[in-house]
Design a protein around this ligand. Structure first.
Ligand code: ZN
Length: 129
């Protein structure tokens, strides 16, 4: 299996953003999460008239992967016209499976940036299992 590059992953996230359902904010976000075994799951934000029911692209990609039996992740790529990091809710969900996840982002302008999940959410909530 060929290794997927950061730029390929960001391009998949950009294409996913084109499928965003964001009639209220107009903020199109795409995510592509790469599993440790080389699979990619994409997601886009899905808004709702009842705003609190809106789901971010990151969680859509994560839940798609988990629902397909994949729980180990290496990289999350995020694309939006204005570069963004995952919100707190998404960081918490990602921390459940990959506390040291590498996160990269890109927007229409500028260079790719990179952070680690534990740097963005240093005090994630965990329960003993
Ligand atoms: Zn979010």
């Amino acid at each position: 299996m060929s290794r997927i590059s950061d730029s390929e992953l960001l391009e998949m996230a950009r294409k996913a953003a084109l499928r965003a359902y964001a009639p209220y904010s107009g903020f199109l976000v795409g995510a592509a999460i790469l599993s440790r075994d080389g699979q990619v799951f994409t997601g886009c934000n899905v808004e709702n008239a009842s705003f609190s029911l809106t789901t971010c692209a990151e969680r859509v990609s994560l839940f798609k992967a988990v629902s397909e039996g994949v729980q180990e992740f290496a990289v999350l790529a995020l694309w939006a016209s204005e570069p963004t990091w995952p919100c707190g809710a998404c960081l918490q969900c990602l921390a459940e499976f990959a506390p040291d996840l590498r996160i990269i982002r890109l927007g229409e302008q500028g260079e790719m940036e990179e952070r680690n999940l534990s740097g963005l959410l240093p005090s994630a909530f965990y329960l003993e299992r």
